[in-house]
Design a protein around this ligand. Sequence first.
Ligand code: HEC
Ligand code: HEC
Length: 207
Amino acid sequence: MPALRPPRRAGFFMRIAKLLAGAVLAQAGQLHAADVQAGKVKAQACIACHGEQGVSSMQNTPSLAGQPDGFIQWQLVYFRGKTRKDDIMGPIAAALTNADIRDLGAYFSSLSPPPPLTDADPDTPRFARGAKLAQANRCSTCHGETYAGQQAVARIAHQREDYLLKALRDFHQGKRTGGGIAAMPDAVYRLSDEDLQALAHYLARFQ
Ligand code: HEC
Ligand code: HEC
């Protein structure tokens, strides 16, 4: 199948995302090289919720393993700056220094991402609906062909289904704005709640 050409907005957005990620990383080079081992030690404060190897078994709590380094760092910066509001993560991020954020990003991005969810009794129609919606709405133009994410864009492949749905609903309702770039609200605003459920179902499971 021929690759879809990303829409103009996505190209523009990706350039901004790369600039932002580049700025953080350039600073990292000057001040403090990100340190995976130091990140592993600091991550002891995170694993009670995000899981021992960064794979969460807690409801509505995302896995962090295999998320792009840039995505993890930016979300922590957003929580710290309160542009992403969350009662749990806000105070945790407020206590992190820039060096902590770089080390934590380096550590969690180095871990193996979670495997796809499998069901004893697959819901084939819902899976197919999710696959169709993901293609029709060109989710892969930003998240990548395997939905593994890149730079400041999240890995969504095999994330917890409940968290995927929560995140999609938060974007849909305008509750989550992050960096103020409307990429996600734009991507989901036309979709129904049933559509969001089908997308979360599909992304948690596709092989
Ligand atoms: C008490 C539980 C708890 C602890 C401890 C915790 N987190 Fe979180 N974290 C959460 C929850 C819940 C969310 C989802 C917030 C939301 O719904 O928007 C989250 C979200 C995140 C996100 C956004 C990921 C995404 O996919 O959107 C990052 C990054 C993150 N946490 C990093 C950390 C780091 C690093 C630490 C340790 C320094 C940590 N967290 C400690 C509960 C926790
Ligand atoms: C124009 C680029 C773009 C498109 C198209 C796009 N996304 Fe995103 N998506 C992003 C970015 C950037 C983020 C990180 C959001 C932030 O920083 O606040 C994100 C975040 C997410 C998250 C939250 C992940 C997490 O762990 O917090 C989910 C779920 C998601 N996207 C699903 C989708 C789905 C499903 C589609 C297609 C309907 C889609 N995205 C289309 C750029 C895009």
